[in-house]
Design a protein around this ligand. Structure first.
Ligand SMILES: Nc1ncnc2c1ncn2[C@@H]1O[C@H](COP(=O)(O)OP(=O)(O)OP(=O)(O)O)[C@@H](O)[C@H]1O
Ligand SMILES: [Mg+2]
Length: 321
């Protein structure tokens, strides 16, 4: 097995995004900072509305029309993705960095056969013949656990179940063997067996090809099993992160992380979900308009956002809910 090369492939530094709603502008993201190395799977957690999907979309240059990056840097292999009129981003999107979206229905083209959408870009770049492209599509469909892939390769998205569409999207994201894969809850819609199969596939991409993964999930068992490192977001900000997942879980430094993790053991059953479906976080319009304070080091490869005694009381109360 090839040894993964340790080098930051993706760096997000102080990323701020403003949302224009009517006449007003609100902070959707505020100083988000994280990085993903090749061969690393970084979990990204935080309750609903904390800005996980927006962070991923900002990296891909696919923010909704009323949202704009107002500050910060996004680098791929040390090169600024936001500069040069988006030329580098255009170059690396789909090849260097790809994304598995939270909603497969919007990400797939309804009038293109699924096989073609999976391999179109790769086939063009590698100069594959039509037959070779189709063979590759069938192989990728098999890899993501679709039975009888030769039958489905010529289907249209609406002919597939939700779970199958999700797998088609994963196949399309891994087709070019990208350096970084942004995964937005990629297995939430899938049953447990397929979920295990997809995770094994991501693991192989990570260890054998040295891909870096940024993995958004609400499922702590996935984080524990699969991730090397973790970033926690709250209300559009990075509140805590660690290159060593175990160190963060063993002794969370921020009161929000403590409350997030404390919510887990009370939920019984094999799948332990992080709090995330119901949010007690301030909505966009209620958020602190002061700039986010810089993160401070709190151990090797660890950072935490400064917090006040009032924050401690606020989140401790949350823990008791
Ligand atoms: N087009 C938009 N206009 C205004 N606000 C938006 C827009 N898209 C997202 N937001 C807001 O930005 C915030 C972050 O949204 P985001 O989708 O990134 O959350 P998330 O962490 O991915 O949540 P979830 O776990 O529910 O997927 C939310 O408060 C959301 O309402
Ligand atoms: Mg989301």
């Amino acid at each position: 097995m090839q040894q993964a090369i340790k080098a930051d492939a993706l760096q997000i530094e102080g990323l701020s995004v403003a949302a224009q709603i009517g006449e007003k502008s609100y902070k959707a993201l505020d100083g988000v900072t994280l990085s993903v190395a090749r061969g690393e799977a970084r979990g990204l957690v935080g309750e609903s509305g904390s800005g996980k999907s927006l962070t991923l979309r900002a990296v891909m240059g696919l923010l909704p029309a009323n949202l704009t990056v107002t500050a910060g840097a996004i680098r791929f292999d040390g090169r600024d993705l936001l500069g040069d009129g988006g030329k580098l981003l255009h170059e690396v999107r789909g090849t260097g960095i790809s994304m598995v979206f939270q909603e497969p229905a919007v990400a797939l083209n309804p009038v293109m056969k699924v096989g073609r959408q999976i391999v179109d870009g790769v086939a063009w770049r590698r100069g594959l013949s039509g037959r070779q492209a189709k063979e590759l599509a069938v192989e990728l469909l098999a890899q993501v656990g679709i039975k009888d892939p030769a039958r489905w390769v010529d289907a249209y998205p609406h002919q597939l179940s939700g779970g199958m569409r999700q797998r088609v999207m994963i196949a399309s994201a891994i087709a070019s063997k990208p350096d970084v894969i942004l995964c937005d809850e990629p297995t939430t819609a899938l049953d447990v067996t397929i979920q295990a199969q997809i995770l094994a596939l991501f693991k192989a991409l990570k260890t054998d090809l040295g891909a870096g993964l940024l993995y958004v999930t609400h499922d702590l068992s996935v984080v524990a099993e699969f991730c090397d490192s973790l970033t926690v977001m709250y209300a559009g900000r990075t509140v805590e992160q660690s290159d060593d997942l175990g160190a963060l879980i063993a002794s969370p430094a921020h009161p929000y992380t403590r409350s997030l993790l404390a919510a887990v053991p009370r939920i019984r059953g094999p799948i332990r979900r992080l709090r995330g479906l119901s949010s007690s976080a301030p909505s966009l319009t209620e958020r602190d308009q002061k700039p986010a304070p810089a993160l401070v080091a709190c151990g090797p490869g660890r950072q935490v956002a400064p917090f006040t005694a009032e924050d401690e009381r606020f989140f401790a109360r949350d823990e008791e809910v």
